[in-house]
Design a binder for this molecule. Structure first.
Ligand SMILES: N[C@@H](CCC(=O)N[C@@H](CS)C(=O)NCC(=O)O)C(=O)O
Length: 160
C-alpha cells in the first residue's frame, strides 16, 4: 500500500498526520499539490477531489480528505502495530476525538502567524488570543496528570 500525503509545503493541517505516520513507522510520501495534480493545478482538480480541500491522503489510488478522517485512517494503521493507539472502547474513543477536535480549534493560529502582516496581523492576533487562554486551559484540564490524553500511552488524540 502506497501512502501519499498531498498538501502545501507547510506543516499546518498535515503535520498531525505526518507525526502519527512517523510515530507508527509507516512510510509515506509528502507530495506537493503541484506535483500531485500536475497540469491545470489545484483550481482545475479541486472540484474532482473528495471534499474540494487538502490535505488529501492518497491510499494507492483512493483519496481520503478531511483531516480528522485522515487521522482516524492512519490511527487504524498504527493500531495494527501498537494496540491502543486507536481505542475501540466507545468512551475512550470519544475522549481521543475530544482532544483531537479541541486541539483542531487552535488551528486558526496558522494563517495568523504565516499570512498576515502589520495592522492586520495585530488585529488577527488580538482576536485569536481572546479565546486562546480558555481553550488552552481546557486542554490542560483534559490532560490532567497525563502523560497522555487517554491514559498512560499515546493515542491519535495526542497528535495534533
Ligand atoms: N475541513 C477540512 C478543511 C481543510 C482546509 O481548509 N484546507 C485548506 C488548506 S489548509 C484548503 O484546502 N485550501 C484550498 C482551497 O480551499 O481551495 C479539513 O479539516 O481537512
Amino acid at each position: 500500500m502506497q501512502l501519499r500525503l498531498v498538501y502545501f509545503q507547510v506543516r499546518a493541517k498535515a503535520e498531525p498526520t505526518r507525526m502519527a505516520l512517523a510515530y507508527g513507522g509507516i512510510p509515506w510520501i509528502d507530495e506537493s499539490i503541484t506535483s500531485y495534480f500536475g497540469e491545470g493545478g489545484w483550481p482545475t482538480h479541486k472540484p474532482k477531489t473528495p471534499w474540494g480541500s487538502v490535505p488529501i491522503l492518497a491510499v494507492d489510488d483512493v483519496e481520503i480528505a478531511q483531516t480528522p478522517a485522515i487521522m482516524r485512517f492512519v490511527a487504524g494503521l498504527v493500531e495494527q502495530k501498537e494496540a491502543g493507539f486507536a481505542p475501540s472502547e466507545p468512551m475512550l474513543a470519544a475522549k481521543c476525538d475530544a482532544a483531537f477536535f479541541a486541539a483542531e480549534e487552535l488551528g486558526p493560529v496558522n494563517p495568523v502567524v504565516n499570512v498576515f502582516k502589520g495592522e492586520a496581523f495585530a488585529e488577527k492576533k488580538a482576536s485569536y488570543f481572546e479565546t486562546f487562554p480558555a481553550k488552552l486551559s481546557n486542554l490542560a484540564r483534559a490532560l490532567g496528570d497525563g502523560p497522555f490524553f487517554c491514559g498512560s500511552r499515546p493515542t491519535y488524540g495526542d497528535f495534533k
